[in-house]
Write a protein that binds this ligand. Structure first.
Ligand SMILES: N[C@@H](CCC(=O)N[C@@H](CS)C(=O)NCC(=O)O)C(=O)O
Length: 207
């Protein structure tokens, strides 16, 4: 059994979606980051940077923080969604999510959605960088179904971020390949179930 400490954010959803897609046995435990629950002493023991998501695997008595490390751990444990044949292609797009899609779009949420009006430079910087990320994904998805050769942790890591397109001030119709990929993944039962695991927070936004 795996304990998943999470909250309905893109990083949290990456893990609940993966656990659902793996048909894994898990408990979802809410850590309300709006209420600073991430700073509770007990949680710091498994998440030293006080961020969700984190897991504790009772079978191996292992705790892991950082969504990328958790996804690699689960893909390895269940031997699924990190195909050996296309390992490095999958890894490239998985790393693109961890180092660009997540951090840049996360900042775009702050400057374009939660706290607009902080300055023209910073808003233009995040508008431009956000568009560049969508453009990169759109080009990649031309004539292919998934970011790697098959549905993988690269798609599951990236998709919950794209589900926040409204907060990025992005019209998904301008990125038709991303839109097609986004809709095809949104239809998966594991994705639908994994989207809200600690309460009915939001519906999957559709275009
Ligand atoms: N690099 C981390 C980022 C995790 C992260 O940013 N988590 C956010 C929610 S999406 C959080 O817990 N924020 C609360 C805080 O920073 O205090 C990962 O991929 O797991």
């Amino acid at each position: 059994m795996i304990d998943l400490y999470t909250w309905p954010t893109p990083n949290g959803r990456k893990i609940s979606i993966l656990l659902e897609e793996l048909n894994a046995q898990y408990n979802a435990i809410p850590i309300d980051i709006g209420n600073n629950e991430q700073f509770q002493k007990e949680f710091t023991k498994i998440s030293p940077s006080n961020k969700i998501p984190a897991i504790f695997d009772h079978e191996t008595q292992t705790s892991i923080f950082e969504s990328g490390a958790i996804m690699l751990y689960l893909a390895d444990k269940y031997d699924k969604f990190l195909p050996k044949k296309s390992y490095w292609i999958t890894m490239e797009w998985f790393m693109f999510q961890l180092t660009q899609v997540g951090p840049i779009l996360g900042q775009a949420h702050q400057f374009l959605f939660y706290h607009p009006g902080q300055g023209e430079f910073v808003e233009n910087k995040y508008i431009d960088y956000t568009k560049r990320i969508y453009e990169t994904l759109n080009t990649r998805l031309k004539q292919r179904k998934y970011l790697g050769d098959e549905f993988s942790i690269a798609d599951m890591a990236t998709w919950p971020w794209i589900a926040r397109f409204e907060r990025h001030k992005i019209d998904l119709n301008a990125y038709p390949e991303v839109l097609r990929w986004y809709h095809s993944i949104a239809k998966r039962p594991g994705v639908q179930k994994g989207y809200n695991v600690v309460g009915e927070f939001e519906k999957i936004p559709l275009v």
